[in-house]
Design a protein. Structure first.
Length: 375
């Protein structure tokens, strides 16, 4: 019987400031002995090199990897940087990628697992195809919505199995493309590799709220944050992570001048729990728009794991979640969780690991594809 190989078409680069579900799933598959090819993201839009320092840095970094390390290995995971640039030649780039992967997967039982719909033109029926939708991609900043919906339509048509991370995404895919065979598995997962150790030596002022992740204007409500900082002058608001990732303009006007708003660097993988425990509450000041309303912020679970109550805007995906206070016009009053509440938080997170989630996924995948490969 042939050994199985998973080709992961990723929504991120392998080396990322924050780990996404695509990184966790790839590592979990590798730990179970599967061979994995991690194809780094080709993005959803044409880079804006002239206007975006983030895009310029990303393109330069990709060129260096293509020149010196287009294929790397970490254990059972091979990381492939595809030669790609959107435009008239993209058909050639997709053809080159197909040919490269065909050689790398020859003799294997192959499953293509796609986390970004723009890879759809690169796919041919070399094995089973899974589409894993985690966002309303057509609402991402800078994209052409019609183009994104077109490739996602083809992606859904090619897929043998579709996963998504919330019921709103499922409803969206059904409405747009008539796709009905969709399994919802939320990203309500904690990273078991995250420990109490933390190398951060900065003094944290209290009471404090902390946001970790991409500090992007299409995600967070900067006007609301400025208003909160003015209405709560004794409360300190901390933001840890990259600024403006995925946007042309990374400037955070208004946030950078407030005395009680502070920026910290990204938190190293494995130190997030220890980092969060330096603060009094988690913070999710998200905009309510077509992008965020289809997202489940994984940082919510990391806040809970660290024993932090969560202050958030009224995101639909969090409407039935525990340990939440909603941001409004009233002053923010942060109360230390008592021992009973902390035990409830620990219990809530106890069986929500990436390992248990990949077990759920593998049961579905095996039941769907094992019969196909045995015929």
């Amino acid at each position: 019987m042939k050994k199985r190989i998973y080709v992961i078409y990723a929504s991120s680069e392998w080396r990322s400031e924050g780990l996404l579900n695509v990184h966790h799933y790839s590592r979990c598959l590798s730990e179970r002995g599967a061979d994995v090819i991690f194809v780094e993201s080709i993005g959803l839009r044409k880079p804006s090199i002239a206007r975006s320092s983030h895009d310029k840095k990303r393109v330069f970094s990709r060129l260096l990897r293509l020149l010196f390390h287009p294929l790397r290995r970490e254990g059972n995971i091979r990381i492939l940087t595809p030669l790609y640039y959107p435009g008239p030649l993209q058909g050639i780039f997709f053809s080159l990628l197909r040919s490269r992967l065909a050689g790398m997967t020859r003799g294997y039982e192959r499953i293509d697992w796609v986390f970004l719909p723009s890879f759809a033109p690169a796919l041919r029926k070399a094995g089973a195809i899974i589409y894993h939708a985690v966002d309303n991609y057509s609402a991402n900043p800078g994209v052409i919505p019609e183009d994104v919906m077109n490739v996602e339509r083809h992606m859904c048509a090619k897929a043998d199995l579709i996963f998504c991370t919330c019921s709103k995404i499922k409803d969206l895919l059904i409405k747009r493309y008539g796709t009905t065979d969709i399994t919802v598995l939320a990203n309500d997962i904690v990273d078991s590799a995250s420990r109490d150790k933390c190398d951060l030596n900065d003094e944290i002022l209290h009471p404090s709220l902390v946001y970790v992740g991409n500090i992007a204007k299409y995600k967070i409500d900067t006007d609301l944050i400025v208003e909160l900082s003015r209405n709560n002058p004794g409360t300190h608001f901390y933001f840890a992570g990259p600024r403006g990732k995925g946007e042309e303009d990374a400037q955070m006007k208004g946030l950078e001048t407030a005395e009680n708003i502070h920026f910290l660097p990204s938190v190293p993988h494995g130190q997030l729990t220890g980092f969060l425990r330096k603060f009094n509450a988690g913070f999710l000041p998200y905009l309510l728009n077509e992008s965020t309303s289809y997202s489940f912020p994984m940082k919510y679970m990391e806040y809970i794991k660290a024993g932090l109550p969560v202050w958030t805007t009224a995101m639909p995906c969090l409407s039935k979640k525990p340990f939440i206070s909603y941001i409004g016009s009233e002053p923010i009053k942060i109360e230390e969780p008592d021992n009973g509440l902390k035990r409830d938080m620990e219990e809530y997170c106890s069986d929500r690991s990436w390992a248990s989630r990949i077990d759920d996924l593998m049961r579905i995948i095996n039941s769907r594809f094992d019969k196909r490969y045995s015929e």
